[in-house]
Design a protein around this ligand. Sequence first.
Ligand code: OOG
Ligand code: NI
Length: 266
Amino acid sequence: MHQDIDNLFAAMWQDYISMTPSAAKVHQLLGHGKAIINDHIALRTFNLPKVKLEVLAAHFEALGYQACGDYVFEQKKLRAKHFEHPDDTQPKVFISELLVEQFSPWLQQTVAQLVAQIPDDATSADDFLYSGRHWSIDYATYSRLLEESEYAAWVAAFGYRANHFTVSVNHLAGFTTLQAVNDALKHAGFVLNSAGGEIKGSAAVLLEQSSTMADRIPVSFGDRTMEIPSCFYEFALRYPKADGKLYTGFVAASADKIFESTNAKS
Ligand code: OOG
Ligand code: NI
């Protein structure tokens, strides 16, 4: 397992920008070339024993991260947890998993066949969290998964890697509101996720979030290469709790909409 948090996030960032051509441009636009503080990153998986949420979480727990919040997404048939590090300058981590048993027998069999192709030692290897897909899949299978679950299709196409990094707007020089960040992004031509409104959450729930719609990149399937949505960039502004410290949790109603940043179907 990784001994160094900075190495892990640096490797995940390299993988993420290779999947997300617009990320470097967003970074330049908001950071003016200076360092950007990441609020959090997110990973997705299936709840099968070999790759369930806890298997991914173990990589972070080995680096000192602790489980903090639990979230349920009934309609999307997902659950999630978020993890924090005692050093609060480290990004938070949001890990979700698809509740596979709630889907059709076809989806259950298909996902089981994908996961069966992962070598046993791959999930504990240092590079697992940026190792991508460990299976072959044809485009028709991806398309049929999309009909049942956008999330299932995304994991089937992209595997194990950060699906987004998140700019901490609290730490951005030159922007004090999320609206100003959104306006700068739209002016530069980026398309924002408008599900539930471009700004999800509010000061009242101590967290405002927005995100770009995922880039579309060519992905090789068993039978052909197709352009499909890959990864996106998120922006988060946190508000102080009664004790004066910034809220560190997530908001399920907002997260539910952020998931849709990778939707392939309109
Ligand atoms: C995670 C969506 C939720 C947030 O910040 O609420 C999320 C995902 O798309 O995998 O990132
Ligand atoms: Ni997020």
